[in-house]
Ligand binder design. Structure first.
Ligand SMILES: NC(=O)c1ccc[n+]([C@@H]2O[C@H](COP(=O)([O-])OP(=O)(O)OC[C@H]3O[C@@H](n4cnc5c(N)ncnc54)[C@H](O)[C@@H]3O)[C@@H](O)[C@H]2O)c1
Length: 330
């Protein structure tokens, strides 16, 4: 297993990033963990209050679009590994403002790749650049089949197209400059700390407030849900054991129609609030479908299971209980 002296995590004040920062700070006390985040609307640094005083943790407020500053930070902190999560991540926002998504997700990733290459040199061996990506780059599945590492790219929203572009740049840096990159494409994450614009926290918030629950189309779209702590465990494994140039598909093997998920959330939240069963069902409001809405995502994660021994440890039932508890408290 590889070890690193100084790890840069970008987007560590976001949903997945905050779970990853906490895991790395606690599991690797001899590694300096630098969390770089521009603190956009999607961030919440309070999620990391428990890490603030840890001697191996440092926060840097910076934008990945500031290339000159990124180069200085590599020299200052002597990073030998990067896990890159900073991104604009909400599909609906990408439909309204695609330029911002191209800027942060494509140009920002290129800035980080180039800053890494300039600091590590061509054909670096010991360092790692780990790019966190999404299964949305593969487009949409019908009722059958799964995405895996060999699936051809077919992004359909400005968000997924910007993530696909960044994946291509990361691989180009491996082939052209020998930058030691690893990538993973993960399915939908859920858990504590996600911004309330996203499906699960939004539904919980609205059920509590007795507000309408907007559902795109008829709610038939299918997503494969992975508990965020299981995702960060996979990231930890891939960072330390994945070989340069490798890609891993990550998923929870847990497909669900959006409407079924919403019914489940209604049941759990009503139960927790001691409301009679079915109280919040009339809040469901079907709305005009999202433009270019992908029908189904599902992942075959056998490569990471067979090669690195990863497995999920949180069942969907357990994960949803923890998730609902978090949002009711916060
Ligand atoms: N959430 C999911 O279900 C999911 C699934 C697969 C992959 N991903 C990928 O994982 C990563 C993290 O996703 P998330 O859900 O935690 O996102 P998020 O929106 O919760 O967090 C993103 C973080 O990036 C920061 N950021 C945005 N623009 C920045 C910039 N220009 N410079 C520096 N920081 C900036 C934000 O302030 C925020 O803290 C993203 O790259 C996303 O594409 C997410």
């Amino acid at each position: 297993m590889k070890s690193f002296k100084s790890l840069l995590i970008t987007g560590g004040a976001g949903f997945i990033g905050s779970h990853l920062v906490r895991r790395m700070v606690n599991h690797y006390p001899d590694t300096q963990i630098v969390n770089l985040d521009a603190l956009t609307y999607a961030s919440n640094l309070k999620l990391l209050d428990d890490c603030e005083k840890k001697p191996n943790y440092q926060f840097v407020k910076e934008d990945i679009n500031n290339f000159e500053r990124l180069k200085e930070l590599f020299v200052e902190y002597q990073f030998d590994a990067v896990v890159h999560l900073a991104a604009e991540s909400h599909v609906d926002n990408s439909i309204k403002n695609p330029f911002l998504f191209a800027q942060t997700n494509i140009q920002g990733t290129l800035n980080l790749l180039e800053a890494s290459r300039q600091y590590w040199g061509n054909n670096a061996q010991e360092q790692r650049f780990y790019h966190i990506s999404t299964d949305e780059v593969f487009g949409s599945l019908g009722t059958e089949g799964f995405f895996n590492e060999k699936t051809l790219y077919d992004p359909r929203s400005p968000y997924s197209a910007s993530k696909a572009s960044s994946d291509h740049l990361v691989r180009a840096y491996f082939h052209t400059y020998g930058l030691p990159v690893v990538l993973s494409n993960c399915s939908n994450n859920y858990g504590p700390g996600q911004h309330s614009e996203k499906l699960i926290p939004l539904m919980i918030k609205n059920i509590v407030a007795e507000k309408p629950l907007p559902v795109y189309g008829r709610g038939d779209n299918i997503r494969d849900w992975l508990y965020v702590e299981d995702h960060v465990e996979a990231i930890d494994l891939i960072l330390h054991e994945g070989k340069p140039g490798e890609t891993f598909a990550l998923g929870g093997n847990n497909e669900m129609k959006n409407i079924d998920l919403i019914h489940l959330l209604i049941e759990r939240v009503d139960e927790r609030l001691n409301r009679p069963k079915g109280t919040s069902l009339p809040l469901i409001k079907f709305i005009k479908d999202r433009l270019g809405h992908d029908f189904r995502y599902a992942i075959d994660a056998s490569k990471v299971k067979n090669e690195l021994g990863w497995k999920t440890t949180t069942s969907f039932d357990e994960g949803i209980v923890k998730t609902v508890a978090f949002y009711l408290k916060n």
